[in-house]
Write a protein that binds this ligand. Structure first.
Ligand SMILES: [Zn+2]
Ligand SMILES: [Zn+2]
Ligand SMILES: [Zn+2]
Length: 190
């Protein structure tokens, strides 16, 4: 009990110091296309500006020159950050670490959302304590992602924080995967 109290205080104080952590967890635009640069994906987060994630062209603009930025990586349809980069701002202890191109990566968002196709194995001994996403059995991690670690200590307070975080997309982001016809679909009426 004392321990979890301690942890709550830790999470709360790191969010107070770095409110952009909530914005990062809330963002739905990581690795979506930049609306100013064609074919460029948004894979940088500027901690100082607290604006939607930037593509590399936007990121290189002078205005972000002296800002703290974090690069994001994509794997298994989820965005992650390098553990080394984010550990400067929060305690990543308990969050499962994945390896992408030999970098240690932790995912930003709860993983279960993606997973109706989630495989069920019998020998799973490790699950995220919040969303029950299956983790490697050998892992000692408790959470699949930064979001689940926050949610574990903050509960529904996290939803409030996420709702209040300066919103990038007042209108909900439309999923693009619904395009079934693919490119070149053309109807000629004549
Ligand atoms: Zn851009
Ligand atoms: Zn900036
Ligand atoms: Zn989880």
């Amino acid at each position: 009990m004392v321990e979890s109290m301690q942890e709550t205080l830790e999470v709360e104080s790191c969010i107070k110091r770095y409110p952009w952590l909530i914005q990062m967890v809330t963002s739905k635009l990581f690795h979506e296309l930049c609306d100013q640069h064609i074919n460029k994906k948004r894979c940088y987060f500027c901690c100082d500006c607290m604006i939607p994630p930037l593509c590399d062209q936007c990121y290189k603009r002078n205005e972000h020159k002296d800002h703290t930025t974090i690069q994001t990586y994509r794997s298994s349809y989820q965005s992650g950050v390098r553990k080394e980069a984010i550990s400067k701002f929060m305690d990543t202890c308990g969050i499962h670490t994945y390896s992408i191109n030999s970098f240690a990566i932790i995912y930003i968002n709860q993983r279960r959302e993606n997973g109706n196709n989630h495989r069920h194995r019998n020998n799973v001994t490790r699950k995220c304590q919040v969303c029950e996403w299956e983790l490697d059995a050998a892992s000692s991690a408790l959470f699949c992602s930064i979001e689940c670690k926050f949610r574990n200590t903050l509960g529904s307070q996290l939803d409030e924080l996420m709702e209040n975080s300066s919103s990038e997309d007042v209108e909900p982001v439309k999923k693009k995967r619904k395009h079934i016809g693919g490119k070149g679909f053309h109807v000629d009426l004549h």
